[in-house]
Design a protein around this ligand. Structure first.
Ligand code: G4P
Ligand code: NA
Ligand code: NA
Length: 188
């Protein structure tokens, strides 16, 4: 998606540890007109019947909520934080984060994912793919079916995307980064 790539080149910064910071439009301040274009592009790439969008807090929520307007579906987000008010009856799975060097538990209330629903997963980043694998596990526990995953930025030099595509999962990433070396963003 050219508009997104141009924006990454203009406003993205590279931090230590191969981290691409996109706080000014995607991860902290949100550019809603860009998110609308992202939502439309996801719809173009997933013309299939979709019953529900599943994402994960925090950064996935805004992206998924804007995209959902083009799918006319609800959005459910998996929770990472233990909240007193969270549903008791949940599907849960463990996700290991390389970036943070720790494992966390992800939960979705059982009543919000139902058997045979067609689910599109949306998230901001795909790196090692552990968050996405966790969401896929939750979808399968629910007996729902995964249509695919729409990702805003894939770090193509980490293996998550390739591993999941090799398992036959449809992954559509709007910008795929080949390298972040030497302070430059190179797209695939
Ligand atoms: P993985 O799920 O693909 O295995 O990724 P990993 O554990 O390595 O990443 C942990 C968190 O860092 C995720 O967000 C992920 O989206 C994000 N992330 C990974 N690489 C980058 C990057 O280069 N730039 C930015 N901005 N984020 C990156 P999170 O912290 O778990 O969620 P959230 O609360 O920020 O949404
Ligand atoms: Na993030
Ligand atoms: Na994320």
């Amino acid at each position: 998606m050219e508009l997104l790539k141009e924006r990454i080149l203009k406003d993205g910064t590279i931090e230590e540890g191969n981290i691409l910071k996109v706080d000014s439009f995607l991860n902290h301040q949100l550019d809603i007109s860009l998110l609308n274009e992202i939502g439309k592009e996801f719809r173009r790439r997933f013309p299939e019947k979709i019953d529900k969008i599943l994402t994960i807090e925090t950064s996935g929520i805004g992206i998924a909520a804007i995209a959902a307007q083009y799918f006319n579906t609800p959005v459910v987000y998996a929770r990472k934080i233990d909240s007193k008010n969270l549903e008791k009856d949940v599907y849960e799975t463990k996700v290991y984060s390389y970036t943070k060097g720790k494992e966390y538990t992800v939960k979705v209330g059982k009543k919000y994912l139902n058997k045979e629903e067609k689910i599109l997963v949306i998230d901001d980043f795909l790196a090692n793919g552990k968050a996405l694998e966790g969401l896929i596990d939750i979808i399968s526990q629910a007996g729902a079916s995964l249509v695919g995953a729409g990702i805003v930025i894939e770090k193509g030099f980490q293996e998550g995307g390739q591993d999941l595509r090799n398992k036959g999962i449809k992954i559509e990433s709007l910008a795929i980064i080949e390298s972040l070396s030497d302070g430059r963003v190179i797209f695939k």
